[in-house]
Each structure stands twice: as C-alpha cells, then as structure tokens.
Ligand binder design. Structure first.
Ligand code: SF4
Length: 83
C-alpha cells in the first residue's frame, strides 16, 4: 500500500482511502498501483510520484523481494481470482 503524505500532489482519480482512513494510491484489478505503466514497467507519474516512492531504492533488497512476491505463485493466484 502506497500511503500518501500531505505534501504529495497526486491527481485524485489515482488515489483512494483505505478502510483505515489512509490516503493511498489506488490499485488496479491486477493489484498493481494504478500509476504503473504495466507495459513499460515504469511509473506513469514519475516526476510527481509520492514521497514514499521517492524513498524506495530501485533494485534494492525490498524492491527485489516485492518483485519476487508479485511474479511468484501467489501472483498467479491473484490474477486467476481477479479474472
Ligand atoms: S513509483 Fe509510481 S507506479 Fe510505483 S508505486 Fe509509486 S506511484 Fe505507483
């Protein structure tokens, strides 16, 4: 979940509120952030991406763990249940 900070300036149609009341990036039916360009696998709002995304180290240990999680069997199950 990408939690937005007060200083973030994200178009509202890309955001929502979690059940806990947090202002967050929306996810598409595939489970990915709606700002992700899934063809090019890059951020569609890179220049104005959220603060938390700016702190995220691309290809760092956490990044690799998330990519593994989303490309493994659990990801396949998510895609099948969304279909
Ligand atoms: S970097 Fe862009 S695509 Fe990735 S989670 Fe943040 S806003 Fe979404």
């Amino acid at each position: 979940m990408v939690v937005l900070q007060p200083e973030d300036r994200i178009p509202l149609h890309l955001t929502t509120h979690s059940p806990e009341g947090l202002h967050v990036m929306k996810r598409g039916e595939d489970g990915w952030c709606v700002a992700l360009n899934s063809v090019r696998m890059n951020c569609g709002i890179y220049e104005t991406r959220p603060t938390v995304c700016r702190r995220f180290v691309m290809n760092g240990p956490y990044c690799k763990a998330i990519r593994t999680e989303y490309s493994g069997p659990a990801a396949s199950a998510r895609h099948e249940s969304a279909a």
